[in-house]
Design a protein around this ligand. Structure first.
Ligand SMILES: [Zn+2]
Length: 403
């Protein structure tokens, strides 16, 4: 073998009345062990069979691996036009300031950015996204480019006088999602983060999500600055909020912590804790009893900001669902979830590769409520990515994830 495994691309399966068959060196169903020299049969866009019998009618994909389409559980496509991450990476509130400035000065429209980001995702084997949207035009743009996944509407409002208006934005978003009647595209809510959302607005948004059976995604325990703001009302985030003219001393109760938010998030039918970099031991303990809550780890974004090691392996040991995300191009050089997989493969060499692939497929699909994605299984949608392999190897995962 030579060099790292190339990125996958989604298999474009032509529509046909009959059965279409592909043979590949390996097929990775993810929910069961890999099959060598295997054939997949597809009928009407769904997987009809997977087997290792010789099938002369199969299209031979030669030295490739078929894996489920990847699921990127967290991104913001509005930053898809960036050629490089925004700086500075630290202190974090300064990066937030750069994000705000970029948002106010960029020239590309949301439709073009969504289309660009979705195109880049598909070109890297992604079949579904957990997208955080700040624009009401998102559904039209997403539907036009064939987007699949959940569009979480970002809600921002630290001041109490914004609560009613932001709640109304959320209600409208879920209504618009429902009216689409698109099984591949659904709506969710994203109260942005504890430093940007009034606690009462956060609670009301979760109540709305429960009433509408919608998922919730929140950036939580991302930085130590956030923990300081919650516990003491001091630090760089306070200075940032003061510079925006929105700091109020009575919004966050002293002694607040991510656990207060986790308890409320856990009431939603499904929720995504984005990052969770600095969750404490008792907060991880709490999550261990909440299988409806998925932690989304964004490895290269985590590294970009130079955070302390992420507790994702401890979370997995405790049975907490952990999915992978790229986050946006504002903190990552690209939107390739495969890039995250290979980054971890090189960095954490003793981690089981089958579990790594599961984090990039099934875990994200479950977090987004996409029951028919994330695995190659009989009866499931044929959302399949094809990985060109290098050289030869007798062990399937070594061949697929050659670092
Ligand atoms: Zn994010």
């Amino acid at each position: 073998m030579s060099g790292p495994s190339p990125a996958p691309s989604l298999l474009r399966i032509p529509f046909t009345e009959g059965t279409i068959r592909y043979r590949a060196r390996w097929i990775f169903p993810v929910t069961s062990p890999p099959l060598e020299s295997a054939t997949i049969e597809i009928v009407g866009g769904r997987v009809a069979a997977i087997h290792t019998r010789h099938e002369p009618r199969a299209i031979d994909l030669c030295n490739t691996a078929l894996i489920p389409g990847l699921v990127n559980a967290h991104t913001h496509l509005e930053f898809s036009g960036l050629a490089a991450p925004l700086g500075p990476a630290a202190p974090f509130p300064d990066w937030i300031q750069s994000v705000v400035t970029h948002r106010n000065t960029r020239t590309l429209g949301i439709a073009e950015l969504v289309s660009t980001g979705w195109g880049e995702s598909v070109a890297n084997g992604v079949t579904a996204l957990g997208e955080i949207a700040t624009d009401d035009l998102i559904f039209g743009a997403a539907a036009r480019c064939g987007f699949r996944g959940v569009v979480f509407r970002e809600l921002l409002g630290f001041s109490p006088d914004r609560i009613d208006a932001q709640w109304e934005v959320a209600r409208h978003h879920l209504e618009a999602a429902r009216e689409l009647q698109n099984p591949a595209l659904s709506g969710g809510l994203s109260p942005h983060a504890p430093y940007s959302v009034h606690p009462r607005l956060f609670e009301r948004l979760v109540e709305l999500a429960i009433a509408e059976s919608a998922p919730v995604a929140m950036h939580l325990a991302e930085t130590r600055d956030e923990l300081e703001l919650l516990s003491q009302g001091t630090g760089t985030f306070r200075r940032l909020l003061e510079s925006f003219g929105i700091w109020r001393d009575d919004v966050l109760a002293r002694g607040s912590r991510p656990l207060d938010y986790l308890r409320i998030l856990a009431r939603a039918p499904r929720s995504l804790v984005v990052h969770g970099n600095y969750l404490a031991a008792d907060e991880i303990e709490f999550l261990a009893g909440q299988p409806q809550v998925t932690v989304v780890y964004c490895p290269r974004t985590h590294a970009y900001f130079g955070h302390s090691p992420h507790p994702w392996r401890e979370m997995l040991r405790r049975g907490i669902p952990v999915a992978l995300g790229t986050d946006s191009r504002a903190s990552n050089p690209d939107l390739s979830l495969w890039g995250e997989v290979m980054f971890l493969r090189r960095k954490v060499t003793d981690f089981p590769p089958d579990k790594l692939l599961e984090m990039a497929t099934g875990a994200g699909a479950r977090a987004l409520g996409m029951k028919e994605s994330g695995a190659i299984a009989v009866g499931a949608l044929a959302e399949i990515a094809c990985v060109p392999l290098k050289g030869d190897a007798t062990e399937a995962y070594c061949h697929l994830l050659s670092p």
